[in-house]
Design a protein around this ligand. Structure first.
Ligand SMILES: [Zn+2]
Length: 271
């Protein structure tokens, strides 16, 4: 785990704050312009007609999927994906050693972002709106775009980058998974967060994975979720981080990335 911790701290060294959706999108576009290995593809449009670009890196057969801003203001993952793409462009050896192709949707849900995606003030979800990840039976256009990318890439692991950042409240983090992960991996997650001074929530408490873990299948609506589709190909792991008092934004980004890298390494070694 120490190696991943070291890697993530290096990957986020230039992060000074968590960025709003428009900044994440413009930085992805900038990186693509100057890197032939980064491929941009329009995967669809939002309900309001905003384009949804996806970026990929690599020609490997096995794919990994990350998507940001699935709900309003859930911003930690957007900046985390940027750090990941920058590391790929810098020829990062640890990432190359995984032998996977990387797919990123920087902003899955542009319509519902506060201030048109230009800032990150506190926001709560509008209960009248369907959540993009929870409406497979009556999909929003964002959901359809995501499902198509899932079905073409068949990701061995997926990281729907939901978080509790949108509330701007300090909420102990918890981890939501689409399959029961081995306790040793869960303990690595816990130890990784502890390195940043972050203590996981005591609740929920999963019988096998322990405190701070919840299985997506505990939701009766699970069959109506994109998580159930991704689970056909590989696990999804969501780390619900929030603004935590005394924790630097850079370290939240690092913690989010480390959870993904620990998961990915486990998936690859498990194959
Ligand atoms: Zn969410």
């Amino acid at each position: 785990m120490q190696d991943i911790l070291k890697w993530t701290m290096n990957a986020v060294r230039d992060v000074d704050k968590i960025l709003p959706p428009c900044d994440v999108l413009s930085q992805f576009a900038e990186i693509e312009k100057s890197n032939d290995n980064v491929v941009c593809q329009l995967i669809g449009h939002s309900e309001n007609g905003n384009p949804i670009p996806a970026y990929s890196w690599g020609q490997q057969q096995r794919n990994v999927l990350f998507y940001g801003f699935p709900d309003p203001g859930e911003a930690v993952g957007g900046t985390a994906m940027l750090s990941l793409l920058q590391a790929l462009c810098a020829g990062d050896e640890f990432l190359s050693s995984m032998n996977v192709s990387w797919h990123f949707i920087p902003v899955l849900n542009p319509d519902d972002q506060p201030d048109g995606g230009h800032s990150l003030h506190a926001v709560m979800r509008d209960p009248a709106k369907r959540d993009v990840d929870w409406c497979v039976n009556d999909p929003r256009s964002e959901t359809t775009a995501l499902i198509e990318l899932i079905n073409t890439t068949k990701p061995i692991a997926s990281f729907p980058l939901h978080d509790d950042w949108h509330s701007r409240e300090s909420i102990p983090p918890y981890i939501v998974t689409s399959r029961t992960l081995p306790l040793s991996l869960c303990e690595q997650f816990r130890a990784n967060l502890a390195e940043f001074g972050i203590a996981m929530a005591d609740e929920p408490d999963h019988a096998q994975m322990g405190p701070g873990f919840i299985h997506m299948k505990s939701s009766p609506d699970y069959p109506n979720s994109t998580f159930a589709i991704m689970e056909r190909f590989g696990p999804s792991v969501v780390c619900e981080l929030s603004l935590l008092e005394g924790i630097a934004e850079r370290h939240l980004v690092a913690a989010q990335l480390a959870i993904a890298m620990l998961t990915l390494r486990w998936v690859i070694e498990d194959k």
